[in-house]
Ligand binder design. Structure first.
Ligand SMILES: [Zn+2]
Ligand SMILES: [Zn+2]
Ligand SMILES: [Zn+2]
Length: 103
């Protein structure tokens, strides 16, 4: 199986207990749909279906390649470099998130 070659960038193995929302949207008063966390630094951003794509923007600006969904029941991670989705069994925890401001 061709796998992601960036797993050494995964520094966050314990997900936060709760988050307030997309950090960048909260800073500017904007709205997000779904939340993603950067597994390298813990930045919380919004998905590509959100108006501002902050998770993708963070990956591009920081060079941090791997995010994980914070949506309840979603366990997938995504590598922007390899464009691969996978599950990281060593990343634990479930994060409480507020309802999306966009519903
Ligand atoms: Zn990768
Ligand atoms: Zn956002
Ligand atoms: Zn990051």
């Amino acid at each position: 199986m061709a796998g992601c070659t960036h797993l050494d960038h995964v520094k966050i193995t314990e997900l936060p207990e709760s988050v307030e929302g997309c950090e960048d949207c909260l800073a500017t008063g904007e709205k997000w749909l779904h939340l993603r966390i950067c597994l390298e630094c813990g930045h919380v951003g919004c998905c590509d279906d959100s108006p501002n794509h902050h998770a993708t923007a963070h990956a591009r600006d920081s060079g941090h390649p791997i995010i994980r969904s914070l949506q309840p029941g979603e366990e997938w991670a995504w590598c922007f470099e390899d464009e691969l989705a996978f599950v990281l069994p060593n990343v634990r925890g479930e994060t409480r998130i507020p309802p999306s401001p966009l519903g």
